[in-house]
Design a protein around this ligand. Structure first.
Ligand code: PLP
Length: 376
């Protein structure tokens, strides 16, 4: 047996050989801007953050957090079921529930922890989960943790989902269909109304992950569970699930990542609440992020953007890394996304647009993308 260090060194060598090694870089901030960052001593305009509405820098969001930090301290002190349930949670949960037009909400430590708690609380051995091929990794982890059988349908392919339901639904006790609402690496939107109709026909529950939809793409369809994150358009940190009151009551008792993990700091709740209020009061922010994404897809002849996320598919991990470097030479930062985050052969630049980007920044991006040898 190799030593643990030898084993890890071997794993890193293999990742290097496939251009799949991941390394941490330190990203500094340029004062006063939510889209300009410092990296290795150089200044870049970033198209690589999920802060689609520019809210992590909003003075109202910062001030709400600061006031709560001073008033209530740095941490929750305990899990919410013990003594960590600050009054701010109820306000934040009421706001989330109202925004989705559903009875109740429950806030978790992060979006990842939300999926990891919710899905295994509801699904068990003998049940079946139908998940879109491109759902976020934490949904897959959660499905595996639940012990239920996991079946994947081709991306947004309702004929395939219908066929899988027809063939396999009958073998299992309970069934859940789960999808991203807005897909994190593709930016396209799931056909939730059709999924809800198929679920009704085949006696299945439905769940949508709204991590990239909240504040950008309205959640119009009826699903049993909405989950999402407060770390993207809301600009802060934390996760949540929104559902009927009885479902939320059950999750408070059964979701292990809720029961056995410390609550979010009160200041984080306060910032999130302020961010949701700005999100609602200023819909022009979402409209701008979407319009900028659409301007870029139109200029490049790509399918019209449906959200603030635009993929520029390049194929190999090597090509995606080369494109990332080429953009850096223009002072632009977009991140190369490689397998296993995306399927093999579909490595890409993932562009994320923010209401805080200027027109000039987006024009510079378009010009640089047009110069890429491999982009359309
Ligand atoms: C980011 C993301 C999550 C995880 O949310 P965090 O709050 O960052 O843990 C879950 N689902 C999707 C689709 C995401 O993009």
């Amino acid at each position: 047996m190799p030593t643990l260090s030898e084993q890890c060194a071997l794993g890193l060598e293999r990742a290097d050989a496939q251009h799949l090694r991941r390394v941490l870089r330190t990203h500094g901030r340029v004062d006063g801007s939510s889209v300009e960052i410092m990296l290795d001593g150089a200044r870049y305009v970033s198209f690589a953050a999920n802060d689609y509405l520019g809210l992590r820098d909003d003075p109202r969001v910062i001030e709400a957090g600061r006031a709560a930090l001073l008033a209530y301290g740095a941490g929750a002190g305990a899990s919410r079921l013990v003594t960590g349930n600050h009054a701010l949670y109820a306000l934040l949960e009421a706001k989330l529930a109202a925004m989705k037009g559903v009875e109740a909400a429950l806030v978790f430590g992060s979006g990842y922890l939300t999926n990891l708690g919710v899905i295994p609380a509801l699904m068990d051995k003998g049940d079946v989960i139908f998940a879109d091929k491109l759902v976020h990794a934490c949904i897959i982890d959660a499905a595996q943790l639940s012990g239920a059988r996991l079946l994947r349908f081709a991306h947004n392919d309702m004929a395939h989902l219908a066929a899988l339901l027809k063939e396999h639904r009958g073998d299992s006790t309970n069934a859940l269909i789960v999808t991203d609402h807005v897909f994190s690496m593709d930016g396209d939107v799931a056909p939730l109304a059709e999924i809800a109709a198929l679920a009704k026909l085949h006696d299945a529950w439905t769940m949508a992950d709204d991590a990239h939809g909240l504040g950008i793409v309205p959640a119009a369809a009826p699903v049993d569970l909405w989950m999402g994150t407060l770390s993207k358009a809301a600009g802060g940190y934390g996760g949540y699930v929104v559902a009927a009151q009885v479902i939320i009551d059950f999750l408070i008792t059964k979701a292990r990542s809720f029961v056995f993990s410390t609550g979010l700091p009160p200041s984080v709740c306060a910032s999130a609440l302020a961010a949701l209020e700005v999100m609602e009061a200023e819909p022009q922010r979402a409209a701008r992020a979407l319009a900028l994404a659409q301007r870029v897809t139109q200029a490049l002849g790509l399918p019209l953007a449906q959200s603030a996320v635009v993929p520029v598919i390049l194929g190999t991990a090597e090509a995606a890394l080369a494109a990332q470097e080429a953009l850096k030479n223009h002072g632009l930062l977009a991140v190369a996304i490689r397998p296993p985050t995306v399927p093999p052969g579909t490595a890409r630049l993932r562009l994320a647009f923010s209401a805080a980007h200027t027109d000039a920044q987006v024009e510079a991006l378009i010009a640089a993308l047009k110069e890429l040898p491999c982009a359309r």
